[in-house]
Design a binder for this molecule. Structure first.
Ligand code: F6P
Length: 363
């Protein structure tokens, strides 16, 4: 292998920089220089490459200082993009030409499910091996227990909910806190457990608009009813619930007024705050492990695979890391769709667990 390229694609996620660092250092340890591709697949098509390694005194590649210092920071030092162009065959052919021009013989893509679909399309058209590292705060990528960014995002959500709970308790208020996640309710579900929220609204549970409003009203009224000394109600809502938070607040407040209750309900949409910030210990640790396995996969000539944290399965290629296997991206994409449409055993289990603890949350 003469040189590898690494790029970050789709929504940024904490841990992407740590993965770039790991890939660069592991490649250097094998004597291979690394090129960083700017702006994701767009930079691959347009040839926006910059070195991430220099020549050390001995002539061997050594990581640049920048890689060392930015490894724990959020965002991505290479920049990212969502790149519809990459789904056109001509653009992918331009990307192959750019890689050949730079004598690059292996590619690592760090990104979410759209990026994995991009790898899958690309791998069928070139002999240059390409391996994916899952990174998305949404945790909506199949065959990996967690993607990079999920743990950091959850830490940010938990902190924000703790802060909101301080003010809620001080004013005897109810809050709906909306968290990102696109079509996945994972962040909402995990955060609800960690913050001892009173209820969670997630898209995997079938619902109508009325169901959403009624469950908010029921949760608040039963929590604040006389005889209970609750001073805070916290409801976590996933972005994928298709009723805007401010509309839930308005309609639920009207309904409670009609019931003769003047409980105060506020909404807070955390939005992109959750996607930024330094990577947690676990995201850095996972990034290091994914990075190592990805480079070793390229060295073995493996292509069209994604490194996934998945223990106890009998599919995928075992690696030097007990936690991590390389999964065929075709399988990853099938499982991703099943996760999102609720038919995957993983989503069925998540919903069942949430239903089982709803009663506990409401206490
Ligand atoms: O996929 C990550 C994510 O933050 C989703 O949770 C959210 O729906 C989406 O990206 C927002 O994308 P953008 O930053 O392009 O608006």
């Amino acid at each position: 292998m003469t040189a590898i390229a690494v790029l970050t694609s789709g929504g940024d996620a904490p841990g992407m920089n740590a993965a770039i660092r790991a890939v660069t250092k592991v490649a250097a340890s094998h004597g291979i220089p690394t090129w960083g591709v700017e702006r994701g697949f767009d930079g691959l098509i347009d040839g926006e490459f910059r070195p991430l390694t220099r020549r050390s005194k001995s002539g061997a590649p050594a990581p640049l200082h920048e890689i060392e210092i930015q490894g724990g920071e959020g965002g991505t030092m290479l920049g990212s993009s969502r790149c519809p162009r990459f789904f056109e065959r001509e653009s992918r052919a331009m990307a192959v030409e750019q890689l050949e021009e730079y004598s690059i013989t292996g590619v690592v893509v760090i990104g979410g499910n759209g990026s994995m679909a991009g790898i899958h399309a690309f791998a069928g058209e070139t002999d240059i091996p390409i391996v994916g590292i899952p990174a998305s705060i949404d945790n909506d990528i199949g065959l990996t227990r967690e993607a990079l960014g999920v743990d950091s995002a959850l830490n940010t959500i938990v902190k924000a909910c703790d802060n909101i709970s301080d003010t809620a308790r001080s004013h005897h208020r109810a809050f709906i806190v909306e968290v990102m996640g696109r079509r996945s309710g994972y962040l909402a579900m995990a955060a609800a457990v960690a913050t001892a929220a009173d209820a969670v609204l997630m898209p995997e549970v079938p619902h109508t608009r009325d169901d959403v409003i009624d469950s908010v009203v029921n949760c608040i009224e039963s929590s604040f009813d006389e005889g209970r000394d609750k001073t805070r109600v916290l409801i976590i809502k996933a972005e994928g619930i298709d009723v805007p938070t401010h509309e839930i607040v308005e309609e639920a407040t009207r309904k409670m007024e009609a019931h003769g209750k003047d409980y105060e309900l506020r909404g807070a949409v955390l939005g992109h705050v959750v996607r930024g910030g330094d990577a947690s210990y676990r995201d850095r640790f996972l990034a290091g492990r994914f990075g190592r396995v990805a480079v070793e996969g390229l060295l073995a000539g493996t292509t069209d695979v994604m490194a996934g944290w998945n223990i106890g399965v009998d599919i995928g290629i075992t690696t030097t890391d007990d936690w991590i296997r390389l999964f065929d991206i075709g399988d990853v994409l099938v499982e991703t769709e099943a996760l999102l449409d609720g038919t995957s055993p993983v989503s069925i289990d998540r919903v069942a667990r949430m239903e089982a603890i709803q009663g506990v949350l409401a206490l």
